[in-house]
Structures are given as C-alpha cells and as structure tokens.
Ligand binder design. Sequence first.
Ligand SMILES: [Zn+2]
Length: 264
Amino acid sequence: MNELRRLYDRLRDPAYTGRNRCVACTAVNAVLAVLAAGLIGLVSPPLAAATLVVAGIVVTLRGYLVPGTPSLTRRYLPDRVHALFEAGDVPTEDPAATLVALGVVDDPADPLLTLWFQRRHAAALSERRTDAALARYVGDALSADPDAVAFEAAPDGDGVVATVDGDWVGAWPSRAALVADAATNAVLAARPAWGDFDHVVRADLAGRVRGFVDECPACDGAIVDSEGTVDSCCRSVQVLARSCSACDARLVELERDREAFAPG
Ligand SMILES: [Zn+2]
C-alpha cells in the first residue's frame, strides 16, 4: 500500500491535485471522458471501458484530462457555475463581532486595530520570522510534530505553502502573511475564547486581522492598497490587495464584490 502511495505521490501533479484540485476542472473532464467513452462504445464496448479507466487515472493524477482545461474553464465556465463548486467560507458566524470580543478591533462599523493588539502583535512579530517559529505555529495548530512541517513556494510561484509530512496543509499569499498569522495566534492565545475555536476558524480570523496591519510583518515597510486581477486556476477575479511597499509581500487579497470586512 505504501509503495502504491509513493508511486501516486511521484506521478501526481500537486498543482492540480490534492487540496489544489479544481472541482470544476475535474467535473468538466469527467463529463468529457464519459462522452468520449460513450462514442467509442458505439464501435467497441471494451475499448470504451478501457478509455474510461485511463481517463480516470489521468484525471486522478493530473487533475484534468484535456490539456489546458484550467484556462478553458476560466474562459467558458460562468461565475455562477463556479459558485456551485466552491465550498462555502468557514468563518465564525460574525467575524467582526468576534474580533471585537477578542479585543483585536474596537468598532465593527469602522474597524481599526486596538492599541492593545497593535503593541502585542508588533512585539510578537519579531520572534516569529524564523522557519522554526513558523513550523511551531503550523504544527501546534494542527497537533502535528513541528519537525514534520516544511514550507515551499506555492505551485504558481505566488505565496507560500505549508506541508506536514509532504501533505499540503495550508497556503498564504506571502511569508510575511504567515508571520503575521503566527503573531496574531501568539497574541490571542492569551484570550481563553481563542482556544475554543478550531484551527480553521482561528486561521480565518488571523487572515482577516492581516487586512488591518499597517506595517509589513517581514520588513516593517508600509502596507499599501492596490487593485489588480488574480488568475486562479479557473477564472480571473478583480481584487483589492494590501501589499508591502518595500518588499512587495502581499498580505491579503479582497474580492472586490465582497464585503470590506472579509479578506479571504
Ligand atoms: Zn515588507
């Protein structure tokens, strides 16, 4: 079984499989495979069965069957189809109220970081810029051994991916964003309510806190807003981004049509 798993890991394309699998691309390719097998089946049923098996293996390993599907689906699948495929957000019911209750921001209508949080966050940042400190943060969040945590550049070269024993466990738009989240977690660990949230909610709230940080967690440069387009594997999204003016690290991207209090 282990050898099969190793073979699978060696052959698969991590950019489009595992947690990076695009459900829309996989579904489109599965439909194409069934249609192709149906046509072939008119001539030769055994060949149709073989086609389905091969197509299944290819989609499992590569994430798609037809080369270029990620850009094809980006062009032709309308947004409302994507909405059907995308899992809903998993934050607390009212993240703004939660961050107010935790003492991170003072006013949900006009959110700014409280002085209490700003001071402690700034102090916590400097101790969380090393790989060892970041591995401890990810390991603790997932109840995993920090020694099994590794960081690498995201498959599209944009951002940082964390793995535990080679399995993808999380992604951040930059190392600076990861440092910010580790510091937020360290500060809020002092609040009993923080421990009551599961790690998905804590990561979600830490990501929202990044939207209010004014200094780069990595180099202390000023954070500035910009507009742009981000290509995910299947579509282009208009975003507002907050990035460091000195080192270019991106802290958050907000979809333009989403509410201001919801960096994703
Ligand atoms: Zn910076």
